[in-house]
Design a protein around this ligand. Structure first.
Ligand SMILES: *[C@@H]1O[C@H](CO)[C@@H](O)[C@H](O)[C@H]1NC(C)=O
Length: 499
C-alpha cells in the first residue's frame, strides 16, 4: 500500500455533494485518497489524526477580505495587515482568501497596484491567497492591462457604485464590463447608489442627527435596491457576468433571483452581518453602535435576516463571505473613534470608518446557526467561492491528486459545549468583535493547509507559520460565464450585441 504523509481517520467527510464516513489520506500537499472508513488501516503513514466522528470539510475559502489597504474611504486605516488577518483566518478554519489590490482614482495603471499588493502580502501570509483588482480608475491604460492581469493569475475585479473616492459612473462601468468580458474576468460590484446616500446624509446633517445609528438611515435600502437593479441591467446589456457583493436587502435579493431565473449570469454574495446583525445593533447606547457600522448597514429586523437566510438556501446567493474590513474601536487615530473631535464630540456617522472584522468567525457562526444543510454550508463557504474565482478544484474540493490538502475538521456534532463568543478568543488585531456574546456550538478543531496542521485547538492552537501561505494564480471562473461567445459590438444596421 502507498505511503502517505497524513491520514484523517473516523471523520464524516462533507463536501458540496456528499456526506460519507470516509478516511482521507494526504501526500505531498495533495488529497491522495478518500476511501470508506477503515479502508486505509493498513497504509503506511507518518501521522494520523482521529477525527472522532467530527465533520471533515474542504478548508474555507473567503472571497471578500480587505487587509492593509491604503486609506481610500477617508479616515481610518485597516487594523489587520496580511500577517494578522491571515492568522485570524486560519484559526477559524479558512485556508484561502482573496483580498483586494486597490487602485486609487489618481493612479492610471493596475499592474503597479498589483505589484505593490504582492509586496505587502509576500512572506506574511499564514494561508493561501490571491487578489481581486479593485478598479478606481478605468483609464485606457488600466483597461488595456486586463489581458496581462489574466496572465498574472488575476481573474476578478471589483468596482464601486458609491464612495466619492471610488465611484464609477455608468459609462465607466460599461467600459469595465466590456473589457472584463473579453478577458473572462468576473466583475464584483458594490451596488449602492452613492448620490442617494449623500443626499440622505445632508438631510440628516440639517437635522443635527449624527449618532452611529443614522449611518443606517443614510444608507436607505432603496440605494441598494436601485443600484443592484442598475448593475443587473448593465451586466445584461454587455452580457458580462457580475457578482453583487454583500447583499443585504430583500428587494435587492428579489431582483437578483428574478435575473437568475431569466438566465442572466448574475451571482450574489452575502455576509454574516446580514444574517446576525440588525438596526438594533447600530442603535446601542452612546458610540457603541459604531462597532457595527459597515456598508451596506445591518438592516431593519430579523425578518430581513430571515429572507437573506432563505436566499442562501434557495440558491439566490452563490457565496457567503466575511467582508472582513477591520477597524479598532477604541482608537481615535485609525479606528472608529477618529470621527470624534471638537466639532463632533459624540462623533459623526459620516466619518466612522466603514467595516467590521469577521474572517475568523464566518464559518463557526454559520455552522453553529444550523440553518443550512451541511452540503450547502460547504458549497457556500468553500466550493462555490473556489469555482467562482477560478480556484477549483485546487481549492474547495477533495478530488484525489488534484485538490490541495486543505481541510477543516470540526467537533463531532453535539460534542462541543455551547459557548459565548468573546473577542479575547480571536486572533485578529482588533479590540472587539461585532458578534461578541453570540452563542456558538462549533469551532474548528484542526485546520490543515496543504497537508500541514496549522491549527490544533487543543494542542498548541496556532501552529502555522507566516510565509507558508502562498499566492495562487487563478484561472477563469468555472461558474460565471457570458451567455454568448462572440464579441460584443455595434453593427452597420444599428443593431448591437454579441455576434
Ligand atoms: C429565494 O430567496 C430570495 C431572497 O433571498 C427570495 O426573493 C425568493 O423569493 C426566494 N425564492 C423562492 C423560490 O423561495
Amino acid at each position: 500500500m502507498a505511503a502517505y504523509d497524513l491520514i484523517i481517520l473516523n471523520g464524516i467527510v462533507v463536501t458540496d455533494t456528499a456526506i460519507e464516513e470516509y478516511d482521507v489520506a494526504i501526500k505531498d500537499e495533495k488529497i491522495a485518497k478518500v476511501a470508506k472508513r477503515g479502508a486505509l488501516k493498513d497504509a503506511q503513514v507518518a501521522k494520523t489524526i482521529n477525527a472522532d466522528g467530527g465533520y471533515v470539510m474542504p478548508g474555507g475559502v473567503d472571497g471578500h477580505v480587505h487587509l492593509q489597504e491604503p486609506p481610500l474611504f477617508g479616515k481610518g486605516s485597516s487594523a489587520d495587515n496580511y500577517e494578522t488577518g491571515s492568522r485570524s483566518a486560519i484559526c477559524g478554519g479558512t485556508t484561502t482568501m482573496v483580498t483586494f489590490a486597490p487602485q486609487k482614482k489618481s493612479e492610471d495603471t493596475l499592474l503597479d497596484t498589483l505589484h505593490a499588493t504582492h509586496e505587502r502580502a509576500k512572506g506574511n501570509c499564514y494561508i493561501d491567497y490571491s487578489f481581486h483588482l479593485l478598479v478606481g480608475n478605468p483609464s485606457e491604460r488600466a483597461l488595456s492591462e486586463f489581458k496581462t492581469l489574466r496572465e498574472e493569475g488575476i481573474s476578478s475585479l471589483k468596482i464601486y457604485m458609491t464612495y466619492e473616492t471610488l465611484q464609477l459612473n455608468d459609462g465607466q462601468i460599461l467600459d469595465v464590463l466590456l473589457e472584463a468580458r473579453r478577458n473572462q474576468i468576473t466583475t464584483m460590484v458594490h451596488a449602492e447608489n452613492g448620490e442617494v446616500i449623500d443626499w440622505m446624509t445632508k438631510q440628516l446633517e440639517k437635522r443635527n442627527m449624527f449618532a452611529p445609528k443614522f449611518h443606517g438611515t443614510s444608507h436607505a435600502p432603496i440605494a441598494e435596491t436601485e443600484a443592484t437593479y442598475r448593475a443587473i441591467c448593465l451586466s445584461e446589456f454587455m452580457d458580462s457576468p457580475i457578482l453583487i457583493v454583500h447583499v443585504s436587502t430583500p428587494p435587492a435579493a428579489a431582483h437578483i433571483k428574478s435575473a437568475q431565473d431569466r438566465g442572466i449570469p448574475i451571482y450574489a454574495e452575502t455576509c454574516p452581518q446580514y444574517l446576525f446583525l440588525t438596526k438594533a445593533d447600530l442603535d446601542k447606547p452612546g458610540f457603541e453602535g459604531a462597532k457595527c457600522v459597515c456598508s451596506p448597514p445591518p438592516r431593519e429586523s430579523e425578518k430581513d435576516c430571515d429572507v437573506i437566510w432563505d436566499g442562501l438556501s434557495n440558491g439566490t446567493f452563490t457565496i457567503l463571505s466575511s467582508d472582513h474590513c477591520p477597524f479598532r474601536y477604541d482608537d481615535n487615530v485609525n479606528g472608529k473613534k477618529t470621527c470624534i473631535n471638537n466639532e463632533y464630540p459624540e462623533g459623526h456617522f459620516k466619518y466612522i470608518p466603514n467595516g467590521i472584522a469577521g474572517i475568523e468567525t464566518r464559518l463557526s457562526l454559520a455552522l453553529s446557526a444550523d440553518r443550512l444543510g451541511l452540503k450547502k454550508f460547504v458549497e457556500l463557504t468553500s466550493t462555490n467561492p473556489a469555482k467562482l474565482y477560478g480556484l477549483y478544484p485546487l481549492k474547495g474540493a477533495f478530488i484525489e491528486e488534484q485538490s490541495d490538502a486543505d481541510v477543516t475538521i470540526w467537533y463531532p456534532p453535539g460534542k462541543m459545549q455551547e459557548f459565548e463568543l468573546k473577542n479575547e478568543m480571536l486572533h485578529h488585531n482588533v479590540d472587539y468583535t461585532p458578534f461578541e456574546g453570540r452563542t456558538l456550538k462549533q469551532w474548528p478543531r484542526y485546520t490543515i493547509l496543504r497537508g500541514k496542521v496549522v491549527w490544533d485547538k487543543e494542542n498548541g492552537g496556532l501552529l502555522g507559520e507566516k510565509g507558508y501561505g502562498k499566492f495562487i494564480k487563478r484561472e477563469a471562473s468555472s461558474l460565471a460565464k457570458p451567455r454568448n461567445n462572440g464579441e460584443w459590438d455595434i453593427y452597420a444596421d444599428g443593431s448591437f450585441g454579441c455576434s
